[in-house]
Design a protein around this ligand. Structure first.
Ligand code: NAD
Length: 348
């Protein structure tokens, strides 16, 4: 079986998740690692027994013609430069979320994607999370009828990330784009592109950081659907991405930390017999069903499989540059709305 030769740039904390996933990947092999801190690259090379070529400079790495595809796992500010260079160097790219911190950066990346005709996939990993896939599948089959309201949360205690010199403390890297891009991408995937947003934000916990740590935004989606995103990086609670889909015939509740999805539905009774909702606590007119799912917050294996399918079978990636940019546009609109105290229209 052909193995795609992969290089990974950025050997920090998230690289360990990618490399663990790639260890069992039959269709790819990690042949190169790059980090401007050579010790970080060495550490990952040893930890995962890779025998990879090590680099500190991306241009040197890109000159290696053996490398067919790259995973970009540096801080967000470097995504644009590395992705653009890699695409023009003829490599396929899987770039971590968020695609970039500005729309201008996203546009440059899409130009390189188009001109190079190489695959660009943005790591919007929630679209590969088993619970969210199942929730969307259930919704698509019509289980809850027509959607009228959708909400998603990204609540994640970032108290350990308050180093003011870190790339995470850049004012451009607001929690809405750095973290809540997951919730916003999920809302877009389910309900389509929101056309306007109104947001409010506050900062009471991570006061040493330049941006607010709590944001709530409401949206207008197509087809007369409304929605809400809530994010907090100062919250004291376990990480959650609780997401709820309200439809005319039922409601789906899914959380990345729960190994069940709950679907509440109106009771379907024919000739005195209940036809669905075989288990669960029944209300007068409503039943609920719990669907077991696997908890996998970082399904990089699913992400790598989608990326490799696209390369090997010349298929589209699930989240290309345009999808990545649309999520960044919504994130930036939410931030503008909260900062400027106005409703913001979103154009794609
Ligand atoms: N999908 C997810 O759920 C998820 C989770 C965590 C992080 N991420 C994303 O992954 C990326 C990396 O996050 P992290 O937590 O591993 O960060 P990190 O700070 O731990 O690691 C980043 C590494 O990149 C290196 N680096 C930065 N610029 C470089 C350059 N120009 N050339 C070579 N090396 C460079 C740094 O030296 C560092 O070792 C970010 O984009 C982040 O948003 C995604």
């Amino acid at each position: 079986m052909k193995k795609i030769k992969i290089g990974l740039i950025g050997c920090g904390s998230f690289s360990a998740i990618h490399l663990a996933g790639l260890k069992s990947q039959k269709r790819a092999q990690v042949v190169a690692l790059c980090d401007r801190d050579i010790e970080a690259a060495k550490k990952r090379n040893e930890e995962f027994e890779l025998d990879a070529q090590l680099y500190t400079d991306i241009d040197d790495m890109l000159a290696n013609s053996d490398i067919e595809a790259l995973i970009v796992a540096t801080g967000d500010q470097a995504h644009r430069e590395i992705t653009v260079k890699a695409l023009y160097a003829g490599k396929h790219v899987l770039c971590e979320k968020p695609m970039a911190l500005t729309i201008e950066d996203c546009e440059a990346m899409i130009k390189a994607e188009d001109e190079s005709r190489k695959k660009l996939m943005i790591g919007q990993i929630c679209r590969l999370t088993p619970g969210f896939i199942e929730a969307k599948r259930l919704y698509d089959t019509g289980v809850i009828g027509e959607l009228f309201y959708v909400e998603s949360t990204y609540a994640h205690d970032y108290s350990s990330f308050t180093d003011k010199t870190s790339w995470r403390a850049d004012p451009l890297r607001h929690i809405v784009i750095g973290g809540a891009c997951h919730a916003i991408d999920l809302l877009r995937w389910i309900a389509g592109n929101p056309t306007e947003t109104t947001a409010y934000s506050t900062k009471k916990v991570l006061t040493e950081l330049p941006t607010d740590d709590c944001v709530v935004s409401i949206f207008k989606f197509p087809n007369n659907v409304i929605g809400k995103m809530f994010t907090s990086s100062g919250c004291k609670r376990p990480y959650t991405m609780k997401t709820q889909l309200y439809g005319t015939k039922g409601t789906i509740i899914v959380d990345n930390t729960d190994n069940f999805i709950t679907v509440h539905r109106e009771r379907v009774v024919e000739s005195g017999k209940v036809l669905d909702g075989a288990f669960g606590k029944e209300q007068e007119n409503e039943v609920y069903v719990r669907y077991p799912i696997t908890i996998d917050n970082h399904n990089v294996v699913g992400e790598h499989n989608a990326f490799l399918d696209a390369i090997l079978e010349d298929k589209p990636v699930p989240t290309d540059g345009r999808e990545g940019m649309a999520t960044v546009k919504v994130c930036r609109a939410v931030i503008d709305s909260a900062n400027e105290g106005r409703t913001v229209q979103i154009e794609y």
